[in-house]
Design a protein around this ligand. Structure first.
Ligand code: NAI
Ligand code: OAA
Length: 318
């Protein structure tokens, strides 16, 4: 099993490499990034971080080889590729502000990855997520089920963590579902959120739950406000969990940015929905009956994703 992570010299990418290596479930991780010039000096963040991470193997007790590189030839034959390449937002920016710069990067990277690994599965992390997944799909030419995005695991993890703090219970016992785009219109679904199988609405009153939902929706921005750049531990762990589900054919049910066409009444769009994830990528989009309010929120979110997608198409036609 071989996994490539592009953007591995950066925060999210290096976390994906670290988490995956420590799980010790693949033979090799290829850590790709670009070279960086500083005056007359050239630096190689992916080689540096990759080497540092490999040097942690004897202490952290894993066998996974980590190969830092700037050469896509090294990525050939990857089973899964994770794309975290691009620019993160700064305070005052929305994820959509990254559209133009990251579309160019993600488009270029996806094309190169598919050229070297035509059978691979791509997981996109770069923002604005839902549109970047569409960019990766079009640039790679890979089938829909083999191109997807990570956002829902992170967004539900935030929601779950906040609920665990609120109730002073283990986050392991909170399960939650969230749908929609990875932006302000994302749709956490309290009706499908449980504490050890018991509806969360039994434990937290409606107003307080709404406050927690709102905090989860703005969870990315909360971190940007605290750090001046965006999160990486939870995003990196979430992307690694998707890689693991695919490599080990776990058939995990996760909210994933996947392509739907008709499901939930939405045509031809990459957006967050629950899926079954395993060998070959997205095996199935799971449809659950939403009530009118939930469906309206999902439709709103789809509208917001489509509007960013239209913006991307306009940029490409310029
Ligand atoms: N989907 C999600 O839930 C999340 C998405 N993100 C997004 O992930 C992306 C990465 O965030 P960070 O790791 O914090 O940023 P970072 O700046 O720490 O790392 C990005 C890396 O991408 C590399 N890069 C840029 N152009 C490249 C190219 N053409 N080829 C290969 N590598 C290239 C940079 O050199 C840098 O090392 C951002 O777009 C951010 O918004 C971040 C957190 C969560
Ligand atoms: O907020 C950001 O820009 C990064 C991200 O998508 C997240 O942490 O949810």
């Amino acid at each position: 099993m071989k996994v490539t992570v592009v953007g591995a010299g950066g925060n999210v990418g290096s976390t994906v490499v670290d988490v995956l290596a420590q799980r010790d479930i693949c033979k090799e991780i290829v850590a790709v990034d670009i070279e960086k010039k500083d005056g007359d000096k050239t630096f190689y963040p992916s080689k540096g971080r990759g080497l540092d991470q490999w040097e942690s193997a004897p202490v952290n007790l894993f066998d996974t080889r980590i190969n830092g590189t700037v050469d896509y030839a090294d990525t050939a034959g990857s089973d899964v590729c994770v794309i975290t390449a691009g620019v993160p937002r700064r305070p005052g920016m929305s994820r959509d502000d990254l559209l133009e710069i990251n579309a160019n990067i993600v488009g270029d990277v996806s094309k190169k990855l598919a050229e070297h690994s035509p059978e691979t599965i791509i997981i996109v992390v770069s923002n604005p997520l839902d549109v970047m997944v569409q960019v990766a799909k079009e640039s790679s030419g890979l089938p829909y089920e083999r191109v997807m995005g990570m956002a829902g695991i992170l967004d539900t993890a935030r929601f779950r963590a906040f609920i665990a703090s609120e109730l002073d219970v283990s986050p392991k016992d909170i399960q939650a579902l969230l749908m929609g785009g990875h932006g302000d219109t994302m749709v956490p679904l309290p009706r499908f959120t449980t504490l050890a199988g018991m509806p969360i609405t039994h434990f937290i009153d409606e107003d307080r739950l709404q406050e927690i939902v709102d905090r989860a929706k703005k969870g990315g921005g909360e971190i940007v406000g605290l750090m001046g750049t965006s999160a990486w531990y939870a995003p990196g762990a979430a992307a690694a969990q998707m890689v693991e589900a695919i490599l080990l054919d776990q058939n995990r049910i996760f909210p994933v940015c996947a392509h739907i066409d008709g499901e939930y009444g939405i045509d031809d769009l990459y957006i967050g929905v629950p899926v079954k994830l395993g060998t070959g990528g997205v095996k199935e989009v799971i449809e659950v009956a939403l009530n009118e309010e939930e469906q309206d929120l999902l439709n709103e979110s789809a509208k917001a994703v489509r509007s960013t997608l239209d913006e991307f198409r306009e940029l490409m036609n310029k």
